[in-house]
Design a binder for this molecule. Sequence first.
Ligand code: ADP
Length: 198
Amino acid sequence: MKIYGLTGGIASGKSTVTRMLRELGAHLLDADVIAREVVEPGTPGLKAVAERFPGVLGPDGRLDRAKLGARVFGDPKERAALNALLHPLIGQEFLLRTQALAEQGVERVLYDAPLLIENRLHEGMDGVLLVWVPREVQKARLRARDSLDEAAAEARLAAQLPLDEKRQHATWVVDNSGDLGATRAQVEGVWRVMLARG
Ligand code: ADP
């Protein structure tokens, strides 16, 4: 089975491309979904997080993401501690799911992960598809989608690895700065190459 990474930057069009890939019949696994599932109530993940970060459970026993976020935001040591807890659990779940898909005869999976490159997950993959736009387009779409002013949009962009840097690690770059038809044509091209690779 081939495993490909799919990534982008905030508002670069990853969700848009994901939809197109699904329409083409691609199997995708969503890193954000898995990251939420490993800390659902009753999981060893939630227990470990609650022990290491006391006070982050809400009254309903679920993880209060805002509280946890506040604890690790701006504190690299605490963030590293949280990642050290969660990343192995996420990796394990990812493995289980890809194995299950392989058993069903699925030949290729795309792992949709916003922080694929930041977390160096791309290194073990068979290829990386990056959804890229120029920074000014990214900022304009982010502002429009999330109703942000210039400063807020800049702050969100500055918190991420720039798309131009991610580009250096990409096997395929889908330039999403044109219309959706232009993007779809590129996505179909990449999908054909993936199919041809076996
Ligand atoms: P991401 O998932 O990377 O954050 P989205 O797919 O949500 O990005 O796209 C960001 C915004 O830009 C959305 O409002 C989306 O509708 C819009 N958008 C995406 N691709 C295009 C495109 N090719 N042309 C115009 N608008 C686009």
